[in-house]
Ligand binder design. Structure first.
Ligand SMILES: NC(=O)c1ccc[n+]([C@@H]2O[C@H](COP(=O)([O-])OP(=O)(O)OC[C@H]3O[C@@H](n4cnc5c(N)ncnc54)[C@H](O)[C@@H]3O)[C@@H](O)[C@H]2O)c1
Length: 257
């Protein structure tokens, strides 16, 4: 059985990716949140999936290496990697601090670099597959997301480099750009918009999110974690054996690539 390592697997999207991958892989669920990652893994194990978990802060090399070691000990050598961990908050550009900028890049961009590098080193000339979660924010020049959008654009270009390095040995790397998914990340964003008078007063965070989806998405429907998980599973599977270095938007037509 192939072994997949999922980062950010305690989050809204990461948990769905881990659940979908557990249908055809053994899965190591990892996240910086110790309590939630144990719970997410226990839930999948209770359903009969072959899973293990590890606390992993993707911004730290020692933590990433330790997670790969846990996977190898408990499940076998990692052949597939889904980089889902990420942080993103709205900030007016003129109020963005160096600390905010660096934190976003540490998780989204350095984290993706460290995990991809670890997989390439460990595969050492043997095949494997990687999916990095980017965002439509990488392509829209959104004024409140200078750090987040550019960190995700960097993830896309990093994916191209990893794809080129891995190609001769059959390590494929692709990026997925989700549109708008209702998770903790969007709840925090909707709450921030309301608190700052940037959303209709009296609306609930859910209504703010629905309004944004209606405004931004040509198909007028938000994306679900399962929509994204299915694309990740496809790209990590043998069905995608000839696809590498690509960025697939799952966003109801928001960014047409
Ligand atoms: N929700 C959306 O609309 C949306 C859209 C486009 C892209 N994305 C991307 O999808 C991914 C998942 O986001 P989500 O919506 O599930 O948000 P979420 O906040 O529910 O999940 C993010 C997860 O990442 C984990 N995390 C944060 N810092 C970490 C670190 N240093 N090391 C390891 N894990 C860490 C968090 O603990 C959390 O479990 C992110 O990369 C996000 O940028 C989300």
């Amino acid at each position: 059985m192939n072994v997949a390592l999922v980062t950010g697997a305690a989050g809204g999207l990461g948990a769905a990716v881990a659940a979908r991958l557990a249908e055809d892989h053994a899965v190591l669920l990892t996240d910086v949140n110790a309590e939630r990652i144990a719970g997410a893994a226990a839930k999948l194990a209770a359903g009969g999936a072959k899973v293990a978990h590890a606390v992993c802060d993707v911004s730290r090399r020692d933590s990433v290496q330790a997670a790969f070691a846990v996977a190898e000990e408990q499940l076998g050598e990692v052949t597939a990697l889904a980089n889902v961990a990420g942080v993103g908050k709205f900030h007016p550009f003129t109020e963005l601090t160096e600390e905010m900028w660096d934190r976003t890049y540490a998780v989204n961009t350095r984290g993706t670099f460290l995990t991809c590098q670890e997989l390439l080193r460990r595969r050492a000339g043997r095949p494997g597959a990687i999916v990095n979660i980017a965002s439509i924010g990488a392509r829209l020049g959104l004024e409140m997301l200078a750090d987040y959008g550019s960190s995700k654009a960097a993830v896309i270009e990093l994916t191209h480099t990893v794809a080129r390095i891995g190609a001769p040995s059959g390590v494929r790397a692709n990026a997925v750009m989700p549109g708008l998914i209702w998770t903790d990340m969007w709840r925090t964003t909707a709450e921030w918009l309301l608190a700052n008078g940037l959303a209709p007063a009296g609306a609930t965070p859910e209504q703010v999110f629905a309004g944004m989806a209606d405004q931004m998405i040509p198909m007028k429907r938000p994306q679900t974690p399962a929509d994204i998980a299915e694309t990740v599973a496809f790209l990590l599977s043998e069905k995608a054996a000839n696809i590498t270095g690509q960025t697939i938007a799952v966003d109801g037509g928001t960014v047409m690539t």
